[in-house]
Structures are given as C-alpha cells and as structure tokens.
Write a protein that binds this ligand. Structure first.
Ligand code: CAA
Length: 256
C-alpha cells in the first residue's frame, strides 16, 4: 500500500491515511487502499478496535481529491461517490468499533469518513466542515445523512448550507467529538480509549453496535425487539458465561 499505513498491536488496529503532501485528500487509489485496510482489520481476529487517523500534524483527511473531481462528469462522479459511500458504510457497519482520531482538517469527505466512525476524538487544532457547497457540489459520502443524526437537523442544515469550518471546541460543544486533546497526546488517549473497550466482550460489543445502528432506522418497538433478540442470544456464548461468572467470582473476566 502506498497511501495507507497499518499496524496491529495488542488487539488495537491503527490505520493512517498517508498522503500528507495533499493533506491526506482521498482520490480513487487512496479510497481503494483504505477500503482494503478497513476490510483487513475487520477480518483480522487479532483486532478488536480500530483507530483511524491521518499522517502529519495538520490534517486528518482534507476531503475528496478536488483536482480529480474537477474533470468528472456525472457518470464518473456516481462511481467515485459510490466508492466513498461504500467505504463509509463498511466502517459504520463494522462489528469492531472505529475511533476517528482527528488530528487536523476533517473536511468534506474527510469529515464524512469521521462521521462513519463510531467515536470521534480530536486534537486541539482539529477543524471540521462540509465545504462542498462552496465548490458547487454537496456532501456525497453520507454527510447529509449522518451529520443530522449526530448533531441534529438545525446544526447540520447550518453547517452544510454555509460550508463553514468549525474548530475542535465548537465540534465538542455540538456533540460531534467526544473528547479534545493536545495533538501530542491524541494517539495515546485514543489508544487508552481503545484498550478500555478491549477489556469487554467482543460479541457483546459487536451486537451492541448492531442494536445502536438499528435504532437509527426503526421505530422503538422494532428496535426494542431487535435488541431483545441480540440480548438473549448472547446468553448462549462462552463470553457471557465468562463475564457473568467473573463478576460473581470477584475476578476480572478474560475475553481475549
Ligand atoms: N483535494 C486535493 N488536494 C488538496 C485538497 C483536496 N481536498 N485539500 C488540500 N489539497 C492540497 C492542496 O491543493 C495543496 O497542494 P499543492 O501544494 O500541490 O498546491 C496541498 O494539499 C496543501 O494545501 P494548501 O496549500 O491549500 O494548505 P493550506 O494550509 O493553505 O489550506 C485547507 C488547507 C484549508 C484544508 C485547504 O487546502 C482547503 O481548503 N482544501 C480543500 C478542502 C475541501 O474543500 N474539502 C472538501 C472536498 S469536496 C468533498 O470531499 C466531496 C465529498 O463529499 C466526497
């Protein structure tokens, strides 16, 4: 891979988009490599949580590659948009939590990749925005769908129609990011969060993510029914037996 770095250590996968000379903007090749990397993390039994970040100290992902989009017609844009949507869906539907460690600009498609992650943490210098309307286009990798679900319709309408950039403090205020850290601490703090999650049962985590996803598109009754089925299924797993017994026996559970 030329544009994506990946490592796995102690069940924590780290994916770094590595195209710093273009502020980690995503062209078709980077999207392809990123998709392969996300797939490999999802399929790797030695990975329980994935951190996604950008290389350098300035940018997470500065969006889709504008230089490539400049020459696209609607047919090419459909294909390009689809590849970005497939990537974001893959992340969102992952049974393993993805943490976006946003280390700078998360603009356009970069913001949209972070929105697909289950948790966002940011460095103090992070900047978020959906500046597509400034370019005469719109957020095409899920921004119009995921941003309102995370920050609410009113704020999403303003962010998308003005295209304005917001800083980390504002992103925290509107619930877009869970935590803000100095840049030098971002990765360590993200890893700490990952390790906190890794202490817990992998099946329980995967099914919790499924249930939370379900809550977005279903009424409360069918969501509750879905949750109940996943809840009861877990009782047949070794994992639940271990977790429940460990509590009763006053010891730490061993899931991995
Ligand atoms: N696509 C292609 N190249 C990009 C890029 C992008 N999205 N963002 C930055 N770059 C390139 C710049 O062209 C520049 O390359 P050159 O040195 O070859 O000129 C290099 O990265 C460094 O960028 P700047 O010199 O512009 O750095 P800066 O610090 O002055 O500004 C910035 C930083 C404010 C992020 C500015 O680069 C910028 O506004 N980038 C575009 C951000 C944007 O509009 N993103 C949304 C794209 S649309 C989209 O993503 C659609 C979608 O929904 C999928």
């Amino acid at each position: 891979m030329n544009f994506v770095l990946q490592e796995v250590k102690n069940y924590l996968g780290i994916i770094t988009v590595n195209r710093p000379d273009a502020l980690n903007a995503l062209n078709a090749k980077v999207i392809e490599e990123l998709t392969d990397s996300v797939n490999s993390m999802i399929n790797n039994e030695d990975v329980g949580v994935v951190i996604l970040t950008g290389s350098g100290e300035k940018s997470f992902i500065a969006g889709a590659d504008i230089k490539k989009m400049q020459t696209m017609n609607s047919e090419k844009a459909l294909e390009f948009g689809k590849s970005g949507q497939n990537l974001t869906l893959l992340i969102e539907n992952s049974p393993k939590p993805f943490i976006a460690a946003v280390n700078g600009f998360a603009l356009g498609g970069g913001s949209e990749v972070s929105l697909a992650c289950h948790i966002r943490v940011a460095s103090e210098n992070a900047k978020f925005g959906q500046p597509e309307v400034l370019l005469g286009i719109l957020p095409g990798w899920g921004g119009t769908q995921r941003l309102p679900r995370i920050v609410g319709y009113g704020i999403a309408h303003e962010l998308i129609t003005t295209g304005k950039m917001i800083d980390a403090a504002e992103a925290f205020r509107i619930g877009l990011v869970n935590h803000i850290y100095p840049l030098a601490e971002l990765m360590e703090k993200s890893k700490d969060l990952g390790h906190q999650i890794l202490k817990n049962g992998p099946n329980a985590i995967a099914k919790s993510l499924l249930c939370i996803r379900k809550s977005v598109n279903s009424n409360i009754e069918s969501g509750l029914n879905y949750e109940l089925q996943r809840f009861s299924e877990l009782f047949d797993t070794d994992e639940a037996k271990e977790g429940l017994s460990a509590f009763v026996e006053k010891r730490k559970p061993n899931y991995r």
